[in-house]
Design a protein around this ligand. Sequence first.
Ligand code: GLP
Length: 242
Amino acid sequence: MQIISVNDYDELSKKAYDSFVKTMNSLENPVFGLSTGSTPKGLYELLVQDYIQKNQTFHHIQTFNLDEYVGLAKEHEGSYYYYMYERFFKPLELTEEQTNVPNGLAKDFTGECEKYEQKIQNAGGIDLQFLGIGVNGHIGFNEPGTPFASRTHVVELTESTMEVNSRFFETKTEMPNKAITMGIESIMDSKEIILLVNGEHKAEALKQTVEGKVDEKFPASVLQNHPNVTIIADQPALSKLN
Ligand code: GLP
């Protein structure tokens, strides 16, 4: 694991942006794995700025999002599709063929999970996967205890995740209790992974990720087994590392 230490969130977003652009410009058909939440917002803003200023073109990229809530339509403001559409797909004018988010309203979830895996394979696999981390160590929505051998699947969210993520919903009752997520093995298949971590509230999770035992009880610890992982983290997030 390579760790890049940055001073603040702006620098973290800039470093993530540099990596995105480097991969985008070095491959003919780059495939990106994308995450949602607060952490990657700065990265997406920088990429959109670039597109508006005509510094980059994005017509040759393909994207796969990590996860989606079960039961939310694309138009729901709390859905990850909505988050991605407003911040990334729409401003970059990406086509529907270029972007992929698991369908939270699928009639047949087993089929939807298989289809998602197949689409990633057909695209040639993920070249660069961006990850955030939950305070309980989840990556995507793979909660503690998820088998490392898991592929895309439906999960029950833990109380703590529901509590933390309810900030994105007007009322707590709107917060879904299930999600569809790429599995740990699906994430680990990515050729390169960049984990973004900022803030003191993530310091313990980052310590466990880097220095803890590799254990299904702490999903992000699996990243120690990946040959090409970079962690970009700010000082508060790094504060508990030895
Ligand atoms: C969420 C998402 C993850 C995300 C993580 C951290 O629940 N499912 O994909 O990376 O938790 O979110 P945040 O960046 O808001 O702290």
